[in-house]
Design a protein. Sequence first.
Lengths: 249, 505
Amino acid sequence: MASSIEVSDLRKRYGRTVALDGMSFTVRPGHVTGFVGPNGAGKSTTMRVVLGLAAPDGGTALVGGVPYRTLRRPLTHVGALLDAGALQPSRSARNHLLWLAHSQGLATRRVDEVLEQAGLGEVRRRRAGGFSLGMRQQLGIAAALLGDPPILMLDEPFNGLDPEGIVWMRGLLGTLAAQDRAVLVSSHLMSELQHIAAHVVIVGRGKVLADTTMSELLAASPGEGAGSLEDAYFALTRDAVEFRGEAAR
Amino acid sequence: MSDFGRLVRAEWTKFRTVRGWVLGTVAAALVTVLLGLFVASNSHSVCSKGTVDVECPTSPVGPDGQPVRDKFYFVHQPLAGDGAITVRVTSMTGLITYPPPDHDEIVPGLVEWAKAGVIVKDGTAEGSRYVALMVTAKHGVRMQHDFVHDTAGKPGAVSADAPRWLRLTRVGDTLTGEESADGASWTSVGTAQLAGTVEIGLFVTSPSDLTVHGGVGGGGFQARLAKATATFDSVGLTGTAPGGDWLRDDIGVEPNPDGTLHHPGSVEEAGGVMTVSGNGDIAPLTGESGPAIQLALIGLVIGLIVVIVVAALFITTELRRGVIGVTLLASPRRGRVLAAKAVVLGAVTFVAGTAAAALVIPLAWAALRSNGFRQPGVPLPTIARVALEAGLLVAGAALLALGLGALLRRGLAAVGIAVAVVVLPYLAAVVGGLPTAASEWLLRLTPAAAFAIQQVTPEYAHVLASYTPGSGYYPLPAWGGLAVMAGYAALALGLASARLRRSDA
């Protein structure tokens, strides 16, 4: 299980709010796994728990068979994009990647490689504080790719990208999966995911509602003929959304 | 490279790639140097005799290079080899000019360290080596040598009813001091070394009467002339030329502009009884040795504030911008992240602080000398010691601010608290007009205790002086003050580390 994410029975509350309620799924290498669900369903919390940023109240999360916190050079095992805004604004894009590279014992050359790969070669010396959201996403992707990790976890990678950027991201995700990496992508862009994800995990209210291949999901979709991820999603998450509505009252 | 080594390198890359932090650190060092130089070049020492300005006198220097006061009345004969002097002191009286509370009359009395006794001295030059055995007004019999060494004999003052016998014997290079109540049964006080041809005889001197008071601007002290007079009889001398004449020297006396001597001492001899008067002291110079380290390092107060701001921002911007999340992805072991930050920040600020102090002390001193200050300079090893400790002081303040920033997660609060506990107590103690006791407690209990690194002259138990923070004397030794600062920094970092490990990022 060198390149997999295994989440099993994760539980977490924030005060009286249940964020994770027995979340369990496995992300396997070789394809993109879509991670979808309404806001507040626990997608980001799950990722943060997997990455050791948040502690679960129960359950386990393993990357490559081990807890993230035990990895010695974690960025060479898992690349993650969580919050593209997490930058020191006065530091240049290149220097942002440079300290990350130094923390993993990676060569400076690797920084320039991923900057080119993410399309930021031209602006490498510019202050990251002046970057558009799209450029910050690209920088976040560059950071995730820095350690050439077999596992990638990307939270809303399409946010802020222009059409060219979306095409680039689509191609990149396909390439990464083809390189036999495990790629988990959360997104609200159903049509985008439908085309690039071979597997999909749909979550609501802190637990998994569906964990299946894209083709099976589409085949079982309520619509006539060729279904869409969007239809399946709405069918599955209706309860979760209604539940949230009641709770809000 | 080890895991931790990579982390330290990453934190160093983080630090050096934010221009504001680097410039801030350089500015802190620069402001420390420039302020010290500015104040030094605007400080002038002017000395006058009557109405005539003269070059300020240079203090004599003792055997170890320290500035000393060497002023006393000396009645003596040369001694080439072995020998001894024995005397009986039958009285000791004195005058104090215009003491408090009214400062309106000259009163009889002795200051507590007024001295009278026997002495063997390497010539009559001020600052030359000596060994002396003496009675004092309030501290009993003492054996002192070479200004800084003091050994207590029996307590008690001298009077006609309770005279005191003193004997100083040289055999080879070793001098032995003995005291006796009756001239028959002797008690050893101590021994000391002094070789070569020496002058052996009687001496009397008395330090000034001193009042130390706190006050805004560091307070100050008043010194009033005091003189002592002692009566010696049964003077016995061996080892000197038979029938030799007593030589008289008013060591260290200053001439007045009209050629007379300023407060001269005296000796009267009648029927084997010698009555000697003198004023001055044979002692290391203390608070009066003039501005030195504290003045040169005056800019440290501002430099520290700048360093505190940089140190707090080093962690709080990372927390506020969410960069800490990225950091913890790169290094999930959280205690180590804070430790690596502390290593980098500590090293950077230590270098900046050391460099600034090492630069400003000699430069400020040169400026002071060209402005008429004549105190002997601070020796190089002392400058090196103070510079390194100044680096530790700056690093300690930076780590405290780092800990507070990580703990409170707010830059402004961290800076405010760090300045309030590091800089303000120091200013309050040194220039704030607090009573000396309050100042000293502030400099024991707060991180400002680390400013004790500025003290370069020790406090001497046998010299009464203005031992106040304002004059450069601290209640804790340098290492003790630094330990207090380190304790606070460790506490803040420890709490911050616990918070970081506990909470979700």
